[in-house]
Design a binder for this molecule. Structure first.
Ligand SMILES: Cc1cc2nc3c(=O)[nH]c(=O)nc-3n(C[C@H](O)[C@H](O)[C@H](O)COP(=O)(O)OP(=O)(O)OC[C@H]3O[C@@H](n4cnc5c(N)ncnc54)[C@H](O)[C@@H]3O)c2cc1C
Length: 461
């Protein structure tokens, strides 16, 4: 079988490896000049690291298995990462019971209720029922209105912006479960892993492996049009290659980018298939994007890896001081690397602004938060953007149950992306888990794979 995979992010590359292992002829088309998608590396001049911050958690069995398969276990580094909470311009540690008891923004009974609420969240058995409720209503019910307003509402506003009151509880539940599961040891500091120098080594190894298997990877080659010929059981692609526009035909095509993009490119029955996917997996219709400034500094800003912000006048989702997690000397040439993410709806007009227009505002925000930061401390400020990062479940939009019919699963055009994740947050472990789902039977992938350790529950595949 002659198969095309559109997208060379982690999902596309791993899908290609699996298809090749099943004996298929595989070709990958990627629009950008690099592989890795959202997890791709970036050259910061003084060092290379991820363009967006990434951590691996101890429960990420799929990611750990892939790292092992690629013989990269010696590159995996575990660190105890600290979390802080900035409130009224003071930073409070949030790493365990003692920190939490001294946190001044909540009274004793509120802290008790917060603790009991978190226990309740940990014990929820069937999160699929949480698609119907908003995170706001769910958190208010579990923790009470005061804790919601004081503690959760600022975090929801920072992460979801205008979607703060619409996002479904299932997403918050998945995020909380992921972070609660990362807590380990008596000190209860979050235990986070990363690859030395970021994901670059993993993509290098995957690319080498794919090339050795005879898979061709075409970079700078966006797919412009997808036409499914259901009678001939084939799929035609129009491609913009560096040499000019081309047309190629495949027995099977997998699209790993956002469903809305697939919908815009698809024609004929492929368009109907994209519409069905959007109906069955409605989170694919609402995306959060991110503008993320990267600061390379001569000094540290604070001791935490994640600094959550409850500062109404600061327009950032958080401060991620990556150098507090990694080996600063060996990985960052002695520098400090800080990410300043700003999550926004994918439709936000800021995505149309240039880096030159955006960066001064990011600098102003961080200097407001850390007035000691001076221009002489800054080696460089850069910015990366991704307009469609996180498919967002909106309260009341429940995914269809077993609605992807047998016919759909056998059609030559397939959409496989992160909007198909059920009861999950976006992370690489879940992305890899998608390919291992028990009843994921497209052309035999997943037939003989046991679902190992993935927290992802198949919904309708
Ligand atoms: C700020 C941020 C922080 C994150 N933190 C973590 C973390 O700590 N831990 C973790 O595990 N994960 C994290 N993630 C998530 C992780 O990056 C994603 O799970 C993962 O990269 C998704 O991979 P993917 O292959 O599904 O999608 P993508 O990486 O989006 O890849 C899709 C690819 O398809 C290509 N494409 C789209 N349309 C076309 C077309 N028409 N023609 C050709 N190519 C096309 C795109 O260019 C892209 O390369 C983070 C992401 C962000 C943005």
């Amino acid at each position: 079988m002659n198969t095309a995979v559109i997208g060379a992010g982690l999902l596309g590359l791993q899908l290609a490896r699996k298809l090749r292992a099943k004996g298929q002829q595989v070709t990958i088309f990627e629009a950008s000049p690099f592989v890795g998608g959202l997890s791709a590396p970036k050259n910061y001049g003084r060092f290379v690291h991820d363009r967006f911050y990434h951590v691996i958690l101890p429960q990420d069995t799929e990611t750990l298995k892939l790292i092992d398969e690629l013989n990269l276990t010696d590159k995996l580094i575990w660190s105890k990462a600290r979390t802080g909470y900035s409130y009224q311009r003071r930073i409070y540690p949030m790493n365990g019971l003692v920190d939490y008891l001294f946190f001044p923004a909540l009274g004793f009974f509120q802290k008790l209720r917060l603790g009991l609420g978190l226990r309740k969240v940990r014990n929820i058995q069937n999160p699929s029922t949480l698609y119907e409720q908003s995170a706001k209503d769910w958190l208010t019910r579990i923790f009470g209105p005061q804790i919601y307003q004081r503690f959760w509402a600022p975090l929801l506003r920072a992460k979801f912006g205008s979607y703060a009151e619409k996002v479904a509880a299932v997403f918050l539940h998945a995020t909380m479960q992921r972070l609660l599961a990362a807590r380990s040891g008596i000190a209860e500091k979050d235990s986070f892993g990363h690859l030395f120098g970021g994901y670059a080594c993993l993509f290098e190894a995957m690319t080498k492996d794919l090339k050795a298997l005879g898979v061709s990877i075409h970079l700078n080659t966006p797919v412009l049009r997808i036409f499914e010929d259901s009678e001939q059981k084939s799929c035609h692609l129009s491609l913009k290659t560096p040499e000019g526009q081309k047309r190629q035909t495949f027995d099977q095509v997998y699209f790993t980018g956002p469903t809305e993009v697939a919908h815009a490119l698809a024609e004929g029955t492929a368009k109907t298939h994209a519409q069905e996917t959007l109906k069955n997996h409605p989170s694919g219709g609402t995306y959060l994007g991110v503008l993320c400034a990267q600061l390379v500094l001569t000094k540290s800003l604070n001791p935490n890896y994640i600094l959550n912000l409850d500062e109404p006048d600061i327009n950032l989702t958080g401060v991620i001081e990556y150098s507090n997690l990694c080996d600063r000397e060996a990985e960052l040439a002695g520098n400090h690397l800080i990410f300043l993410p700003r999550y926004l709806p994918s439709t936000d007009p800021s995505f149309d602004l240039s880096d030159e227009e955006l960066i001064p505002d990011f600098l102003e925000q961080i200097k407001k938060l850390f007035p000691n930061l001076q221009d002489k401390d800054i080696h460089s400020v850069t910015l990366d953007r991704a307009q469609r990062v996180q498919p967002l479940p909106i309260a009341g939009q429940t995914p269809g149950q077993n609605t992807d019919s047998e016919k759909d699963l056998r059609s030559p055009f397939q959409i496989l992306n992160t909007s198909l994740l059920a009861c999950a947050t976006l992370n690489n472990n879940e992305v890899l888990g998608l390919l291992r789902q028990k009843n994921f039977t497209i052309n035999g992938i997943g037939h003989d794979e046991k679902e190992q350790g993935s927290s992802n529950r198949p919904f309708s595949l």
